[in-house]
Write a protein that binds this ligand. Structure first.
Ligand SMILES: Cc1ncc(COP(=O)(O)O)c(C=O)c1O
Length: 371
C-alpha cells in the first residue's frame, strides 16, 4: 500500500478525459490547446499532443519554458508579460527551438515591450488581444475605446502578427448550475462575435478566436466564430464541475490518498492538510461546495456513497466529518479536492494508478514555476 498523502492519477480516466475533449473539439471543428497549469507534467502533455492537441497553453513564462524545452511545437502564453527579462527568456527559448509562439496582451505597454524585444531578436510573434468577458481579471472590455487602436497598432508593428482574440470565462466557476454556465458561455461567444465584427469592420483580420475554461467547454452549445478551446482542468476534473452538474464522480481522474491518523467525536483526522489539499475553496476565489474536498473510504468507489466532507484543514491535518462510525484509525480515504490544479502544484510527483495498482510515477516538472 502506498505511503500517504499521495496524489493519485487514474490512468484510464485521464485517458478518457483527454479523448473526450479532443473528440468534442473535432466535432465542433475547433482546435484544442490544453492549458498545462492543471497538470504541469510532461507525460500528460505528451498524451494531449498525441491525442491531437495543436499545442499547449501556459500561464507563466517559466511554466511554458519546461514544455518548450521538451519540444512542444506550438505554445500560447496566456498571461500578460510586462517584465523584459521574462520576455527575453521566453522568446529565446522559442527561437532556439523554432516553436510557434503566441502571447496575449491587453495593454499598449506590454505590446510595445513585446514589439521592441521581438524586433531586437529578429523574431515574429503571434499576438492575441485578451477580451474581458466577465471575470474582470485581465483583458479589455468590448466597449473600451483602446481596443481598436491596440489591435491596429499590433497589426502595424513589424515583428508582431495580430493573431486574434482570446478570453477566459473563469467567472463560470461561480455559477449555481449548468444552465447558468451555458448562459455565460453563450454570452462569451456573443461578445467575441461583436468584437470580431467591429475589428473586421475596421479592416483588421481576426484569424483566431480562442476561448476556454472547463465549465464553459463542458456546458456550451455556442461555438459560432470560435476557432480554439483551451480547457485545463478537464484532464482531472474535481469537485467543482460535479457541483455544477457538469461532470460526475466517475470522470474524476485525480484524488488524494490520505490516512486517518486520529479521530474524535466530530472529526476523522487525516494526514493531508492545507500543505496537500491547499486552502483553495474553488477556482478564481469561488466557494460553492462548502469544505475542502469530499472523502471516500478506499474500499468504496469514489462517488459511490455520500462522501465525507473535508470540513477544516490545519497545515498537516485534515478534519473530515465523522458522520459514519465505522471508519477506524489507519483507514485510507480518497479525497476529491475542490480544485485539482493547485493540489498538483504542491506535489513533487503524481502516482499513476490503474484500478488499485500503482503503475507509474510522473514528476510535476513545472511545479512552482510561478515566474
Ligand atoms: C487564460 C486561461 N485559459 C484557460 C484556462 C483553463 O481553464 P480551466 O482550468 O477552467 O479549464 C485558464 C485557467 O485559469 C486561464 O487562466
Amino acid at each position: 500500500m502506498l505511503e500517504t498523502p499521495a496524489v493519485l492519477i487514474d490512468r484510464e480516466r485521464l485517458g478518457r478525459n483527454i479523448a473526450w475533449a479532443q473528440a468534442l473539439a473535432d466535432r465542433r471543428g475547433v482546435a484544442l490547446r490544453p492549458h498545462v497549469k492543471t497538470h504541469k507534467c510532461l507525460e500528460i502533455a505528451r498524451l494531449q499532443l498525441e491525442g491531437g492537441a495543436v499545442g499547449l497553453t501556459a500561464s507563466k513564462v517559466d511554466e511554458a519554458f519546461v514544455f518548450l524545452e521538451a519540444g512542444v511545437p506550438s505554445m500560447t502564453v496566456a498571461y500578460p508579460i510586462v517584465d523584459e527579462r521574462k520576455l527575453r527568456r521566453l522568446l529565446l527559448a522559442a527561437q532556439e527551438r523554432t516553436t510557434d509562439l503566441r502571447v496575449v496582451v491587453d495593454s499598449r505597454e506590454a505590446s510595445q515591450l513585446l514589439a521592441r524585444v521581438a524586433a531586437e531578436m529578429r523574431m515574429r510573434v503571434g499576438v492575441f488581444v485578451e477580451i474581458d468577458v466577465g471575470l474582470h481579471r485581465c483583458g479589455l472590455n468590448e466597449s473600451d475605446p483602446e481596443l481598436i487602436d491596440l489591435a491596429q497598432w499590433i497589426r502595424s508593428a513589424a515583428p508582431l502578427q495580430f493573431t486574434g482574440l482570446l478570453s477566459h470565462a473563469g467567472h463560470a466557476y461561480g455559477a449555481g448550475d449548468a444552465e447558468e454556465v451555458a448562459a455565460i458561455a453563450a454570452e462569451e461567444c456573443r461578445i467575441l462575435q461583436r468584437v470580431r465584427a467591429m475589428l473586421e469592420g475596421c479592416g483588421i483580420e481576426v484569424a483566431e478566436v480562442s476561448v476556454g475554461a472547463t465549465p464553459t467547454v463542458l456546458a456550451s452549445e455556442a461555438y459560432a466564430g470560435i476557432t480554439e478551446i483551451r480547457p485545463g482542468n478537464y484532464v482531472f476534473m474535481d469537485r467543482t464541475p460535479v457541483r455544477l452538474g457538469l461532470a460526475t464522480f466517475d470522470q474524476i481522474g485525480l484524488t488524494v490518498l490520505v490516512t486517518v491518523v486520529s479521530r474524535n467525536a466530530e472529526y476523522l483526522i487525516t494526514d493531508a492538510g492545507s500543505k496537500v489539499l491547499t486552502s483553495d475553496l474553488g477556482a478564481h476565489g469561488t466557494a460553492g461546495a462548502g469544505g475542502y474536498g469530499v472523502a471516500f473510504p478506499i474500499d468504496e468507489p469514489v462517488g459511490g456513497s455520500a462522501g465525507l466532507n473535508v470540513a477544516r484543514l490545519s497545515e498537516e491535518h485534515g478534519f473530515v466529518d465523522a458522520i459514519r462510525g465505522n471508519i477506524a484509525i489507519g483507514t485510507k480515504l480518497r479525497v476529491v479536492p475542490n480544485h485539482a490544479c493547485p493540489v498538483v502544484n504542491l506535489a513533487d510527483e503524481l502516482v499513476v494508478v490503474s484500478g488499485d495498482r500503482a503503475i507509474d510515477r510522473w514528476r510535476v516538472a513545472a511545479r512552482g514555476k510561478v515566474r
